[in-house]
Ligand binder design. Sequence first.
Ligand code: ADP
Length: 720
Amino acid sequence: MSLANKLAEERRARLAAERLLEQKQAELQDANRKLGLHARALSHEIHETRAEVAEVRDENRRVKSDLTVAHQKIEIAERRLWHSIQTIEGGFAFFDADSRMIAANHAWLAVFEGIEDVKPGISYVEILQIITEEGIVNIGDMTPQGWRERMLDRWQGTTPQPEVLRLWNGQYIRLIDQRGHGGDVVSLVHNITGSIRQEKELREARRRAEAASRAKSAFLANMSHEIRTPLNGVVGMADLLMESTLDEEQSLYVNTIRHSAEALLVIINDVLDYSKIEADKLVLHPEPFDLEVCIQELVTLMQAHARDKGIDLLVDYDLFLPTRLVGDPGRVRQILTNLLGNAVKFTEAGHVLIRVTGVQAGEGAEVDLRISIEDTGIGIPADKIGHIFGEFNQVDDAQSRKFEGTGLGLSITRKLVRLMGGDIWVESEPGQGSTFGFSLLLPVAEAGQPEGLPLAPGLRRALVVEPHDISRALLERQLGALGFVVTACRNGAAALDIAPGADLVVTAHAMSGMDGIELTQALRGAGHAMPIILLTASSGSLAQHPVRTLLQAVLQRPLARRDLIAALAALAPPDGAPADPARAMRVLAAEDNKTNRLVFSKMVQALDIDLHFAENGREAVALFQSLAPDIVFMDISMPEMDGKEATRAIRTIEAREGGHVPIVAMTAHAMSGDDADILAAGLDHYLTKPLSRAVIVDHIRAAAPFDARPPEAEVVQVAG
Ligand code: ADP
């Protein structure tokens, strides 16, 4: 190679080297720059981290101090809490889930009186063991083992029931243990010795009060009995005296005796009832009863008195209302007696009308009754109306003195009505009259009573002969409701004119001009054969009257719907007269008191009956067997064997041999519950002394058997 070439080559190589150098230098520079940048970034980072570290350190320091403060606070709170727990009177302890004591205050530990083992760490089982070993708790008849098991069972329950323990020193404590989350138990102990003692004292006070109240009730019952027994003698004998021949002055005296005795009886009953209601002792005894019959019986009882005063007593029982209801018949009767008694008492002329209406409720299972007693008496001034239901309140003292009474009647009546869930009200116009109304919601005794009746063929047109306006309207309505086309007139003469068109005649007995009997005779005389029903206030006296054979039925006033329906249902051609029965009715009366035996025999002396007396229950049972009486009147309290026992004995004999003799209780007791008790013994009826002659005769009449002579055969006098 030439030199020139060599030089050129060298130059090229040098140039190339120079370029490489340049390139490398540039690269180096770049790297240097990057390094510088990185170094800057790094130094920045380091700086930041340093700041952060400082911050965290500060924070740490702060938290630490906060923590210290918090710790101090907790300590203080804990100390205070514990102090409080120590201070409270009740015992307080904690147990952990393994039933080991964590802590307990002095009061809790006090029970253990310094037994050192009882301290935090001890288990509940060990505590129970110590309790029984040291006799700390009075465990009664239980064995220590049994007691511990019972207590442990209780403790382990999820919600242990509070437990009262008696300690060895007579103190009582109540344990309340509460299981919390995680099985911890807080155990509280209250000393309840004070309240137990108080409770005991209260119980004792209550026992004494109840004993006193029982003594009072018994005293009242006794008083009532003691007063009624001699009153029976007074009333009965006065009754009999009144029927003997007396001059005017004598009969005034006797009347006064009778009247005073009756007034005394009313007062005894009122005071008795009042104290019973006040003492919340009055209990209702609901049973099925016939409301209409109950009203009719009451009206029958009051009829004589009303008639003496010239007042008509009328009943309007809604034909479409059920009559068999469930209630306390005695108390319903008492309410009605009070209101009816007042109405008659405060009425001088006109009428007293009992109206029973109502609507069926609860799909016919109940009746919402409205019973009103309307009178045409003296009325009550508006400003007094608000007071008459209060105790011992009478409208006008001066005027009331004319009418006797305690002023308790309406107050008792209202209490009774309210006790039965009803209400009572009054509307009155002085000089015009008053209407007392009350509501009662009573269940119907039997569903689906037969209402109305299918009329016998050919019975469509009824003729009512009745002089009294309200009675006539009632009859028209009743017969109309039964499906009759009714024509009505006021007297016999008018009836004779229109009778030819009638299929049935219903006539009053007592009428001016031509009475019911004369009308019957005239109709039959004129050849009319339609059935005739006579309504009379004294059906008994017609029993033997020749006109009886001309009549299809004789119905007692006030007319009971039941009787009317029965008479209409029985309308069939009259049978031949019954054969003359041979024997007299046999009546047995058991009564230990001699005076009362005399009263009884005098009361029934006019009857054609065969009367026997027993002087105690044993004799009554013996006579029942030898005599086979048709009815028994049974005094309840008698020596040797009382009336209830005797009745049970008679019922036992009957259960064996068949039959059922009506037994009527006669008692001087009038406390609530007596009647239920007596009826439960198997007696059919219940009379309280003093006895009423009319009621006794009614019972005898009702029991008359077909094969005996009618008991009233000898009183065949018919009043025109
Ligand atoms: P008493 O025993 O006096 O009859 P009540 O509580 O039964 O007591 O009646 C209170 C008073 O209310 C009666 O004294 C009478 O003044 C008045 N009173 C009650 N019912 C009637 C009535 N039907 N007509 C007029 N006043 C009546």
